[in-house]
Structure formats: C-alpha cells, structure tokens
Design a protein around this ligand. Structure first.
Ligand SMILES: Nc1ncnc2c1ncn2[C@@H]1O[C@H](COP(=O)(O)OP(=O)(O)OP(=O)(O)O)[C@@H](O)[C@H]1O
Ligand SMILES: [Mg+2]
Length: 347
C-alpha cells in the first residue's frame, strides 16, 4: 500500500459510539481550529490501540510482562501504576521509540514499530518531562513543532490563535518558555501536541508536579478534547486523575496488569463499601475492637482504614477510644490501588 493511501487512513475520524461514561459528555465546547485534515466518518479503526502479549525486557529485566489491552476510539484509557511500573516504556513502544521484545502492537490500525512513522502522524504526544524549547517563545515553539509535520508556516500561523486560546496563553504568545510557570508549560505542551490535529493523544503524566488549579485546567482541556472525539491514553499515578478522567483503565505493577475496567466498577468490585479512616490512637489496639464489626481492616502507617457498611456500629465502637479523628468517605480508586498493590498489614 502506498504511503499516501496509508496517510489517508490517519485522517481524523468520527468516533465510535461504543463508549461508556464518555457517551455522557455533552458538546458545549466550541471547536478548536486545529489541523489540516477533515473528519471522514465510518472508516476509523474501532480500536485506536491494541496490544497483544507485549513484553519488554531491558538487560534481562522484564519491565513489561505479556501485557494485552485495547483502547477504543473516542475513549480515555488510563495506565495507572507506581514508579517503575512500565507506563513510560509502554508509551515509548506505542510511538515506535522502543521495540518490544515480544508481542504485537497496533496503533490507529497500523502495526508498530513497522509503520510507526505513519501512525505518529495521527498521534499527539505529551511526554513525561517537558521538552519545549526554553529559549524560544510560545509562538516559536508551536511553529517549530508544526514543521515536523511538514506543515507550511502559513498553515501553522493560521492555527496558532486557536492553539493559544486552547492553552489559555494568548497573552504569552511572545514570552520565552523559560519564563512560563509549570502549569503554563504543560498547557503549551498539550496545545503543541494538537498541531497535527491528532486522532490519538498519548499523555505521559500530564499533570505531575502541577498545583491543584493547574491540574484542573489541564483536566478541563482534556475533557474538551474528548468531547471533540479524540482518543486519549493517559498515564498517571494519581488516582483522583484516573478516576476523574478515564472511561477505563488498567492498573500495572512491575509491568504486569493487575486489574482492568471502568474506575467505578473497579471500586465497586474490589472495595464495595464506604471507608472510615481513623487517625490517632494505637491502630493495632483499635483494630482488635472494631474488627468483628467491619468487612475489612487495613493499617497504613498510623492510619487505620475500616471498610464497613455498618458505619454507625463502628463509630459507636470507636467512641471507646478518646481523641480519635475520623474521616468517613466513599471508597475510591486509591483504595483499589493500595488494596491491589498491598497496603494491608492485616485482614
Ligand atoms: N532504556 C532503559 N534501559 C533500561 N531500563 C529501563 C529503560 N527504560 C526504562 N527502564 C526500566 O524499566 C522500568 C519501567 O520504567 P518506566 O519508565 O517505564 O516506568 P514508569 O511506570 O513510567 O515510572 P514513573 O512513574 O517513574 O515514570 C524501570 O525499572 C526502569 O528502570
Ligand atoms: Mg514514566
């Protein structure tokens, strides 16, 4: 197949309607004027990403271990895992920057690494560490990046106002990147990733190191991209981010998948009841008293976690201990993650 025909396959496509929480997203956002390719319905690959039994071995160490998962077109899929779980290695393999030791990868319907260069024409990337050109201005960074995609200066310049608007950096267009805050740099990196109007965004920890308002700004921008039908692969070790953003996710540990599903299903299936966090006192002593009344107890440092549907009864028992502070809350993805990766010291 000629390269032009293959490039045709990379045009932004109408997304599959097979989405869970993504389908609930309304479409109040105005369109961002990006890219040079027009949507072309009915011919998109259903799976934006497909990994089959992918393994990566670095110097005899298996860092990705027979991993299989698929990301449907139009969904936000999370790769969740602690430091060293293999998240960035997976993103590098998806981009053809690292070749798997075994297994098969397809991205936007193209085999990778074989056709990685073509696949990358349809991908926008935010790498884990900022790789903006610090000496260039915001506008210059967008211009230089667009040229990687063989876009003419005129075509990029036409896009720049909408990219700046997307990044909320209109006032900073001629400011050097070295003078931007961390949040602004991340927003610029995200806007830069849209220069080629990609179907698929691969975002490696896009909000790590940002303060809460900056994280919320990025999440809001990501939601607007999902509304526009983009597919997002998001790696993170922040549970709240994964719970907020992802339609589905897989939890990795040591390169292996230890759970996969929509966040709420994982929370329901793996935890399934509210949590009372207990601060103060001796967690071992307290656990002896409350254990008969709870589904499960976990201790992490000096905090006791009581998983229970009988919170009134448990609270009554906890009143026997003076000076405790209690926090009752619904279970969340962090509970799932810590349960799977081992927080509990007793059952
Ligand atoms: N080029 C390389 N050569 C050798 N080992 C590597 C290489 N790249 C990654 N590794 C190892 O692979 C493992 C997974 O690393 P990776 O960067 O993919 O993890 P991660 O989940 O992205 O972690 P983090 O949350 O810290 O970014 C680590 O043990 C790392 O040391
Ligand atoms: Mg990483």
């Amino acid at each position: 197949m000629g390269e032009n025909m293959e490039r045709e396959k990379l045009r932004p496509k109408t997304i599959s309607t097979d989405r869970n929480s993504a389908s609930a997203r309304s479409n109040p956002e105005r369109e961002i004027k990006t890219g040079h390719l027009e949507p072309e319905p009915n011919s998109a690959p259903t799976m934006a990403i497909d990994l089959q039994a992918v393994t990566m071995i670095y110097r005899e160490k298996t860092v990705v271990d027979s991993l299989s998962f698929g990301v449907k077109a139009g969904e936000c899929f999370g790769l969740l895992g602690p430091n060293g779980a293999g998240k960035s290695t997976i993103t590098r393999m998806l981009l053809g920057m690292a070749t798997p030791s075994a297994g098969k990868i397809s991205v936007l319907g193209l085999p990778v690494p074989g056709k990685a260069r073509l696949a990358r024409a349809g991908i926008g990337v935010v790498s884990q560490f900022d790789n903006l050109d610090m000496e260039f201005t915001v506008r210059e960074n967008l211009l230089v990046f667009g040229r990687y995609f063989q876009m003419s200066t005129g075509a990029i310049e036409e896009l720049i106002p909408s990219l700046l608007e997307f990044a909320q950096l209109e006032a900073k267009a001629d400011v050097r990147v070295s003078d931007l805050s961390g949040g602004m740099k991340r927003r610029l990196t995200l806007a830069r990733a849209l220069v080629n109007d990609p179907q698929l965004l691969i975002l490696d920890e896009p909000t790590t190191g940002l303060d809460p308002p900056a994280r919320h700004q990025i999440w809001e921008r990501l939601r607007s991209l999902l509304i526009r039908g983009k597919t997002i692969l998001l790696t993170t070790h922040m549970m709240d981010e994964a719970e907020r953003m992802c339609d589905r996710l897989c939890v990795l540990e040591g390169g292996r998948m230890i759970a996969e599903g929509p966040p709420l299903s994982l929370i329901k299936d793996i935890i399934g009841c509210p949590v009372i966090e207990v601060y103060g006192g001796n967690p071992d002593e307290i656990s002896l008293i409350v254990r008969p009344h709870v589904e499960r107890i976990e201790i992490s440092g000096e905090t006791l976690f009581c998983y229970t549907v009988n919170s009134d009864q448990v609270r009554a028992k906890l009143r026997e201990f003076p000076g405790l502070r209690l926090l009752e809350r619904p279970a969340n993805l962090e509970d799932v993650f810590l349960r799977l990766t081992g927080r509990e010291m007793e059952k």
